[in-house]
Design a protein around this ligand. Sequence first.
Ligand SMILES: Nc1ncnc2c1ncn2[C@@H]1O[C@H](COP(=O)(O)OP(=O)(O)O)[C@@H](O)[C@H]1O
Ligand SMILES: [Mg+2]
Length: 257
Amino acid sequence: MSNVAVSFKYVQKKFAGAAETAIDQLSFTIHQGEFVTILGTSGSGKTTTLKMVNRLIEPDAGEIEVYGQAVTSFDVNQLRRKIGYVVQQIGLFPHYTIEKNIATVPDLLNWEQTKTTARIKELMATIQLPYEEFAKRFPRQLSGGQQQRVGVARALAANPDLLLLDEPFGAVDAITRKELQKQIKQLHQSLASKTFLFVTHDITEAFFLGTKVMIMQAGQIEQFDTPENIIRKPKTTFVKNLLATVYAEEEIWRQYQ
Ligand SMILES: Nc1ncnc2c1ncn2[C@@H]1O[C@H](COP(=O)(O)OP(=O)(O)O)[C@@H](O)[C@H]1O
Ligand SMILES: [Mg+2]
C-alpha cells in the first residue's frame, strides 16, 4: 500500500454571502506518485479544492491531510514552501531575472548560493531553457509557453513532494499547450514518486495527463478513477454526457476524413 499524499474527509466550504455550497462533503484519497487531474465545469469547485490543500482557503468543516498530517498543524508559510503551486496567471516577478524567479523559495529557505545555482541549472535543463541563454533574461523576454515552464521550475525548486497546478496552460495557444502537456507528463514520470494535482476544464487534457481523473460537479465528486475505468464505465449521467461531448467533437473531424 503506497503512502497517502493528500486526503480530504467530509470537507465543507460555503463562501460568505454565496447562495450555494462551494464544496459539499468532499472526501477522497490521493496516493503518492499519482498524477490526479481535477476536471469540472466553471464554478464546480476545482480551484477551491486546490487552494484548501495549501490553505489559501480554509474549509468550514472537515479534515485535510498532507502526508498524514493535518494541514492546520503546519505553520502556513512552512506548508506552502513544502507544496509547489502553479497558476495560469504564472505570477513571475517581472523585474526579477528568470534565474532569480526560480530561486524564490531556495532564497526564502536561505540555501547556500552554490546549491541554489546548481539547482537552477538542473531545473532549466529539465524545462529545456538552457541556463546560458535564459538565466539573465526577464519574463517579458520569454514567450507565454516558456514563462509557464519557468513557473513550473520555480514551483519545483525546493523539491516539493506535492505540486498543485491550477489550469496552468489555460492561456497558451493550442499547439504550445499540446507540447506543454507532453512535457509535464514526462516530467511527472521522470520525478519518481512526486504527486501532481492538476486542475483543468479541458476533458482531453484531463484524460491525457491523469493517472486518475476526478470529475467534479457542484462541489462534489461525480467519479474518481483511472481514465480507462471512467471511459469503460461512466458512473453517472453527468459523466456520460461529458464523454459524449468529446465523441460528438470527434464526429465533426471524422466527417472530412
Ligand atoms: N472568494 C469567493 N467568494 C465567494 N464565492 C466564491 C469565492 N471563490 C469561489 N467562489 C464560488 O465557489 C464556487 C466554486 O468556485 P471555484 O472553486 O473557483 O470553481 P472552479 O475553479 O471549478 O471554476 C463558485 O460558485 C464560485 O462562484
Ligand atoms: Mg478555477
